[in-house]
Design a protein. Structure first.
Length: 115
């Protein structure tokens, strides 16, 4: 079993920044990939960014140039740096880790961007 604990969400004005953290209960080296999803009210959950076991990051087109995913292998933590936030970025952000065919999810952290 894998536990994922997100932190760093909150309320921020448009144009501001937040950094989300996802701490895993075991080595993140076993996950491929690990990443962030978000779900806004009334919308489906969507992929935001992932990082592979080898450390290759990728982000969705909607956040490209504004968001970046990174990791600290020693701390078993993945980060999502969010800059130039927009009201459309308002959502619950979920950490995800894939092990073989199994998905693990965190409890989610709310990000609210005010205009």
């Amino acid at each position: 079993q894998v536990q994922l604990l997100e932190s760093g969400g909150g309320l921020v004005q448009a144009g501001g920044s937040l950094r989300l953290s996802c701490a895993a209960s075991r080595s993140i080296f076993g996950f491929n990939p690990m990443g962030w999803y978000r779900q806004a009210p009334g919308k489906e959950r969507e992929l935001v960014a992932v990082i592979t076991r080898g450390g290759t990051p990728s982000v969705a087109d909607s956040v490209k140039g504004r968001f970046a995913i990174s990791r600290d292998i020693v701390k078993n933590t993945v980060f999502l740096q969010m800059n130039s936030l927009k009201p459309d970025d308002t959502a619950v952000y979920y950490c995800n880790a894939k092990v073989s065919n199994t998905d693990y999810w965190g409890q989610g952290t709310q990000v609210t961007v005010s205009s």
